[in-house]
Design a protein. Structure first.
Length: 262
């Protein structure tokens, strides 16, 4: 299990250089920074807890508030959990919850988030070109080599997934909701609550089962594992797996604009 390299190469600024506001939206926290064309942070990233309850209007206000605490930018990349299709939230797992991930859903919030045109509304709110993708897709953009079939798993509140074919982003798969055991999905079997319940060692053994089980499904050339809990892994997942730092969720904001979208 090789260690990652996600190292920006020297900040540049001035006329002709594009700065990207990158916002990584998770079920538990929101992270943001402004980056130059090389993925170098122009300011230390900031992080706040994801507020709940979270109707879309509050989500927009929160993101624009984060932006005001950062330097000027020319465009925006937002990574969100859930099924994001053409910049529209088809379904998001945590934001319709009353008090955060794995709490009861508010039917009114479920309705409000369903098919919410995130990219259109956020572009208007920021007043800048804006791209909204699934958060695993943004993280993957930071680390893939764009060679062969590459898969990104993110370990945060649940399991995120993105697939890239020679650098081209494939249609999104919500692996988190697929069954992995009786009465258990990937989210409920290896999500953050299971990490806390089992501890890093036993939880890591479950991740080994997940990777070994999905390897013949995807037949990937390489798998990248990131997200806030990836550094808690206590087991070697294989020579075809690379653990990447969580900051990839922000740094990928720049490279996401170069992705060929499905």
């Amino acid at each position: 299990m090789t260690e990652p390299v996600v190292e920006p190469s020297g900040s540049q600024s001035g006329p002709g250089f594009i700065r990207t506001l990158g916002i990584d939206c998770g079920g538990s926290g929101l992270k943001a920074s402004v980056l130059d064309e090389n993925g170098e942070m122009c300011a230390q990233h900031i992080r706040i807890k994801t507020p709940y309850p979270l109707p879309p209007e509050r989500f927009v206000r929160t993101l624009t508030m984060l932006a005001k605490r950062l330097p000027e930018y020319d465009r925006v990349t937002v990574g969100m959990p859930g099924m994001i299709r053409n910049g529209c939230v088809i379904r998001t797992p945590h934001y319709p919850s009353v008090a955060g991930p794995y709490t009861d859903k508010d039917p009114a919030l479920v309705e409000a988030w369903s098919h919410w045109p995130a990219q259109e509304i956020l572009q208007e709110a920021f007043g800048k070109p804006t791209r909204v993708l699934n958060d695993a897709e943004v993280q993957g953009a930071a680390v893939i080599k764009r060679e062969g079939l590459e898969v990104m798993f993110t370990l945060g509140t649940g399991l995120g997934c993105a697939v890239f074919d020679n650098g081209r982003l494939a249609p999104h798969l919500e692996m988190s909701h697929a069954p992995v055991r009786k009465n258990a999905t990937y989210d409920t079997w290896i999500g953050i609550h299971k990490l806390r319940e089992l501890g890093p060692r036993k939880w890591s053994e479950r991740m080994q089962v997940v990777v070994d089980g999905l390897r013949p499904v995807f037949c990937w050339d390489h798998l990248y594992v990131g997200g806030g809990n990836a550094q808690r892994l206590k087991i070697d997942l294989g020579s075809d797996v690379t653990i990447v730092p969580n900051v990839a969720g922000v740094i990928g904001a720049v490279r996401a604009w170069d992705l060929a979208l499905a």
